[in-house]
Design a protein around this ligand. Sequence first.
Ligand code: DP6
Length: 319
Amino acid sequence: MPVIAEAQPNIALIKYWGKRDEARNLPAVDSLSLTLASLRTRMSVTFDEHAEKDLLTINNEIAPGMLARVSDCLDSVCGCRRPRASVVSESNFPIGAGLASSASAFAALVVAASHGIGQTLTTLALARLAGSASGSAARSLFGGIVALRCGPEEINLDPLAEAADWPLEVIVAVTEEGQKPVGSGAAMQRSAYTSPFYSAWLSRQPADFRLAVDAVAARDFAALAAVSEHNCLKMHSVMWTSRPAIVYWNAATLACMETVRALQRDRQPVFFTIDAGPQLKAVCLPDAASVVRDALDQTEGVLRTLQSGLGAGARILRP
Ligand code: DP6
């Protein structure tokens, strides 16, 4: 009998880029994110005492490339002597394209696997397990606006606001549907070893994180906008100055930034953020959502837009 869990991706406003401990996948910096509502990954896990190998299907295709990471995650949740599992993952948005599909996937996977093996773990324990598979996945265990703090030995998660406490809308401008050229894990390792700006990135992150936490507490959209855009551009500066350079943007990504700047000149409450991919995410207050979406839809090079409010954390759909 499959156990099915669902999780939503989250979009970081204060970014995680770099690891303090690669073996345990501990982030080097604190981060802050928005969990989305309408993008989702549904994960079904079926344990089979008689099966000899794990099997992974992503969006109806056998996915051997991701299997080792999924098997490691199952081991960390259920122990190495666990039964083998058939894992079926379905996402309603492009995967591996800078839309945090690994966050929703690993968040849903730990919830389904833990439930399937009969454990009752706290959400924090599940978040730590998800984080050891993919750093950003830890945040998708919680809904709304989420802070991830790095302790010396483990991460801590703090939901700062429920989805309904501060309704924000996110418009994703999809500018390329394909998979990104360099995965974020390998890319952040390259940045740590080669970017001359990496140590500056690390040293300034606590100040950005504090500003963002305070902006959320005060529901100060302008302050959150300012620190989020600055943090995003700093992360991409670290990527660009890595060797070889990591440039996830394309011409349409820049055109979308121009569109957001024009909206800001028209006093629309909107700001942008961009992750390890060419898609731009515009965060806005709900009243501005239709104007922002129309403007991004009309921006040269945008293939389509997706829209989402803030949603809930990962959960079981069918036990
Ligand atoms: C740019 O969580 O995908 O989206 O821990 O290696 O799986 P791994 O990295 P991942 O990195 C996310 C990077 C980011 C910023 C963020 O989400 O905070």
